[in-house]
Write a protein of this length. Structure first.
Length: 197
């Protein structure tokens, strides 16, 4: 549902360093050579690690949400993650989302995500029902894709090796605005919240 003029579509995320985005762009280029017309690729320049999707929020609530994120992040110090491995949701026989995995200090990432979920619940945002699975979405399979095409793509992904590893030093969280356009989503940072402050 598009946001009204007084509302913005938003989410909380960790931004990736340029080197990581370049690595994901390289992976996408290699995989796109297979020319799967039913796959919609995500622009690597806009890929980020989403911790919580908020949906449409009133613009006047940005400061309040930023303060809540600051409270959630205050007890968490800088930590390290890395990009490694690839896979699909929900399974290789009927893939809908093609993702790149996240490793490293996942315990700290999990604490941070749970803190955000709890703090924002007090502002009326629903808690996440599904367990948090940190990942970076690289592509989505389009609606109307046949089972055979899905299965072929699932096999293609699972037979692909991605051995590169990219380091992410997590020092801040970002409240992001997502503007949907025919050419794809445009992301704008609304606020940056440093960890451990």
């Amino acid at each position: 549902m598009p946001a009204s003029p007084e509302e913005i579509r938003s989410f909380i995320a960790i931004e990736l360093p340029p080197k990581a985005k370049q690595g994901l762009a390289k992976l996408r280029t290699a995989l796109e050579k297979n020319e799967q017309k039913f796959v919609k690729w995500v622009d690597p320049a806009g890929i980020h690690l989403t911790l919580k999707f908020l949906g449409n929020i009133p613009f006047k609530q940005v400061a309040e949400i930023s303060k809540a994120i600051e409270d959630a992040a205050s007890g968490v110090l800088t930590f390290s993650l890395e990009i490694s491995g690839i896979g699909v949701f929900p399974n290789p026989k009927q893939p809908r989302v093609f993702w790149v995995g996240i490793g490293g200090e996942l315990d700290k990432l999990s604490v941070l995500q749970q803190n955000i979920d709890s703090t924002l619940a007090s502002l009326g945002f629903a808690r996440e029902e599904r367990p948090f699975m940190p990942h970076l979405t690289l592509a989505r399979v389009r609606q109307g894709t046949s089972l055979e095409e899905r299965r072929t793509f699932g096999e293609f992904v699972t037979s692909t090796t991605f051995e590169d590893s990219y380091h992410i030093e997590v020092e801040a969280l970002n409240l992001m605005k997502s503007q949907l356009t025919p050419a794809g989503a445009i992301y704008t940072r609304l606020s940056e919240i440093r960890l451990g402050h």
